[in-house]
Write a protein that binds this ligand. Structure first.
Ligand code: PGA
Length: 245
């Protein structure tokens, strides 16, 4: 595990974009695992800038998103498909056919989840996975108690996360109660992982994930097992780490 601590969310976003850009430059057909939420928005804006400046070409890049709300169509402004189109895909030259987001409307969710896993494998696995972290330690919608071997599946969203995500909806009641998410086991198969976090509200959970025991109570702590994970942290989010990195 590598820890990079930066002075601002802007620097965190630039660093994240730099790591993604390096993966795409190294392999134009790179398979990127992408995340939604507030944290990666500025990183995506940086990637758009790099594309517009002619530094990056996404023509052959391929992507898999971590998760999607159950019941929201891709046209809903809070669906993660919509988020990705708005915050990244509509502004770069990626082929939308090469972008994948779990289907929150699938009639047979189990089959659709198995197909998502199979497609990740068929496309050669994820080269670089981008993650945020929930204030309860979740990664994607793998809430506390999610096991290390979990795969893409339908899950209940915890009350803590519903409260955290209510800011994106008109009211708390509108936040979906279930989601489809890659599992911890799916995420850990990525060749490289970067986790971004900013703000003092993430300080406790970052300390627990990085320096605490590996436990399903803090799903992000399972990243301690991964051979190539980089935490890219804004300094407030890193403020409760005891070690000097
Ligand atoms: P946030 O969410 O980026 O909106 O803080 C992170 C997460 O829940 O993974």
């Amino acid at each position: 595990m590598e820890i990079i601590i930066l002075n601002s969310a802007e620097e965190m976003s630039k660093k994240g974009a730099e790591i993604v850009a390096a993966a795409v430059k190294r392999n134009p057909k790179a398979v990127l695992g992408l995340a939604t939420g507030g944290t990666p928005v500025k990183m995506y804006a940086e990637l758009i800038k790099l594309y517009k400046n002619g530094v990056l070409d996404f023509k052959k890049a391929r992507t898999f998103n971590l998760d999607e709300y159950v019941g929201l169509p891709g046209t809903h402004d809070q669906s993660y498909r919509y988020f990705m189109n708005e915050n990244l895909f509509n502004h770069i030259n990626i082929n939308k056919k090469n972008t994948n987001v779990p289907d929150g409307l699938a009639k047979d969710i189990e089959k659709s989840c198995a197909a998502y896993e199979a497609k990740i494998n068929a496309w050669g696995g994820i080269d670089l996975q981008v993650l945020g972290i929930g204030s309860n330690g979740h990664i994607a919608f793998n809430e506390p108690l999610s096991g290390i071997m979990t795969r893409t599946r339908k899950v209940a969203i915890s009350q803590r996360t519903i409260t955290d995500n209510a800011r994106f909806f008109k009211s708390m009641n509108e936040v979906p109660k279930t989601a489809v998410t890659m599992g911890i086991g799916t995420i850990l198969k990525a060749k490289k992982i970067i986790l971004l976090a900013s703000g003092s509200n993430k300080a406790d959970v970052i300390a627990a994930a990085v320096e605490g025991p590996i436990t399903h109570l803090i799903p992000a702590s399972f990243l301690q097992f991964h051979p190539d994970t980089v935490f890219v942290l804004e300094k407030e989010a890193a403020s409760k780490l005891k070690g000097k990195y």
